[in-house]
Design a protein around this ligand. Structure first.
Ligand code: NAD
Ligand code: ZN
Ligand code: ZN
Length: 229
């Protein structure tokens, strides 16, 4: 592996330097962009202003650098204003596997196609430095867990994005289960799955005409979009 990039090298891919900005604030330090960043008091570079290249939001260069350095485990940053993700945001899902197959039956609401069944298996183990309690054991309940998608163009596209999310360790995390209250256990991580096939007892079943839109938005919130396919 090549040597780790510095914070500056990482961030330079996502932003450009711009000139002084009147009438605009840096929402990291809450000061105006004509004032210096508090991270670099007295230095001329405290006045540097940058613009993020996808969403166009502007910050003090040193404020963004400080934000990145205080919390990152990968090459990604999230715009603190609009939540746009730059780079590949990685999660902390423990090791496991994801598979899928086709069921020759229709989901409620999708009478014209069969069904994709996605299966996840995550084993219990010991938490790493990226987890809430490094060195402590964690449990994993209810695996294999399943999710269902319609086997149509849209469903297959979402399946591919789920696979990207799984590879980036975004699908599950370790924490407190909202359902059971158990601590140090594997939980779903904000990318909802439809875990019931023909019924909807839990509220995580079909029909749900908004589900494909919702899960697409949840994937995008973690930086996974069609551009990753
Ligand atoms: P959680 O309860 O901490 O919730 C995390 C997210 O998962 C939330 O967004 C929530 O809306 C969603 N979620 C909750 N119940 C769901 C369900 N049945 N299907 C799909 N999404 C659901 O998450 P968790 O601790 O991972 O538990 C979620 C579900 O996992 C439980 O309801 C249960 O179905 C299953 N589970 C099973 C066992 C078991 O021993 N069989 C143990 C724990 C969890
Ligand atoms: Zn600032
Ligand atoms: Zn932005």
């Amino acid at each position: 592996k090549s040597k780790p990039k510095t914070a500056e090298e990482v961030l330079n891919k996502y932003m450009e330097k711009v000139g002084p900005q009147e009438n605009a604030d840096c929402c990291i330090c809450c000061d105006t962009l004509t004032a210096p960043s508090s991270y670099g008091e007295g230095k001329p570079e405290a006045f540097d202003v940058i613009q993020l290249n996808k969403c166009s939001h502007m910050y003090h260069r040193l404020c963004l650098l400080a934000m990145y350095s205080s919390s990152h485990n990968d090459d990604s940053i999230q715009c603190p204003t609009c939540k746009t993700i730059y780079g590949e945001y990685l999660g902390n899902c423990p090791p496991g596997e994801m598979t899928f197959d086709i069921i020759q039956r229709c989901l409620p609401g999708y009478p014209d196609c069969h069904t994709i069944r996605v299966l996840y298996n995550i084993s219990p183990g010991v938490q790493g430095p990226e987890h809430p309690h490094p060195g402590r054991r964690f449990t994993s309940r209810g695996f294999p867990r399943v999710g269902y998608l319609p086997d149509n163009d849209r469903g297959r596209k979402i399946l591919k994005m789920l696979i990207v999310a799984f590879k980036r360790r975004l699908m599950f995390t370790i924490g407190v289960s909202a359902t059971t209250g158990e601590v140090d256990t594997v939980t779903w991580n904000e990318i909802h799955h439809k875990t019931e096939f023909g019924s909807n007892v839990s509220g995580h079943g079909y029909p749900d005409p908004n589900y494909l839109d919702n899960v697409t938005a949840e994937l995008a919130a973690k930086g996974v979009t069609q551009q990753d396919l």
